[in-house]
Design a protein around this ligand. Structure first.
Ligand SMILES: Cc1cc2nc3c(=O)[nH]c(=O)nc-3n(C[C@H](O)[C@H](O)[C@H](O)COP(=O)(O)O)c2cc1C
Length: 194
């Protein structure tokens, strides 16, 4: 019996009504429908100080970073819905990546939160490009950390008009595209784990 893929999804925003958090949930539903075990988290629930090596040396890893790192380690796949800030990744997402990229003890393999994981990326923005430019940077960062980032990605433009009040996407074709992203990741992992 093959192991079911475990997929973690998050938005790269701290905003309460984040479009990207909603997008992460929809992509994750696609992964769930493809048989994956799924976990949705919000970075809002992992408040982190700005990474600082002096602070790390004095106090170690903050509890929230430790919890986030365990979650990354426990999952095979990642769905990251990354807002675009000034053509790039948000400070919140980069800061979280920086914290969990750190080793906590001697015996720990380097970059344990990332190496061997597979990810897909998506973004949503009120702008016409849907945050597409930021995904180039997220792809590069994750790739350098040892994550295999699948070529599939989706950018939802005019996000302020695209989502209904309940967090769903209004357009059925767009829903299908976003869910297909999650199911592609699950399908890839099913093959990898077989
Ligand atoms: C500091 C800042 C920079 C931004 N830069 C961009 C940008 O380069 N491209 C873009 O499409 N939207 C940009 N935006 C708009 C965001 O896409 C928008 O705030 C979006 O709602 C963020 O995602 P969220 O809803 O998941 O928080 C920027 C917003 C902020 C606050």
């Amino acid at each position: 019996m093959p192991t079911s893929p475990r997929i973690l999804a998050l938005g790269g925003s701290l905003r309460r009504d984040s479009f990207n958090q909603k997008l992460a949930a929809i992509a994750l539903a696609g992964a769930r429908e493809a048989g994956a075990d799924t976990t949705l988290i919000s970075l809002r629930d992992f408040p982190l100080p700005l990474f600082d090596t002096d602070r790390e040396a004095a106090e170690g890893m903050p509890e929230a970073a430790g919890k986030l790192k365990v979650l990354f380690r426990e999952h095979h796949g990642l769905i990251i819905a990354s807002p675009e800030y000034n053509s790039s990744i948000t400070g919140a997402l980069k800061n979280a990546i920086d914290w969990i990229s750190r080793d906590e003890d001697e015996g720990e393999p380097p970059l344990a939160a990332f190496r061997g994981k597979t990810a897909v990326l998506c973004s949503a923005s009120p702008g016409a490009l849907g945050g597409l430019r930021g995904l180039v940077h997220v792809r590069s960062i994750l790739g350098n950390l040892g994550v295999v980032v699948l070529p599939n990605q989706v950018a939802v433009s005019r996000a302020h008009e695209a989502f209904a009040d309940d967090g769903s996407l209004k357009d059925a074709q767009q829903v299908a595209k976003v869910k297909a992203l999650g199911s592609a990741l699950a399908g890839h992992l099913w093959k990898l784990l077989a």
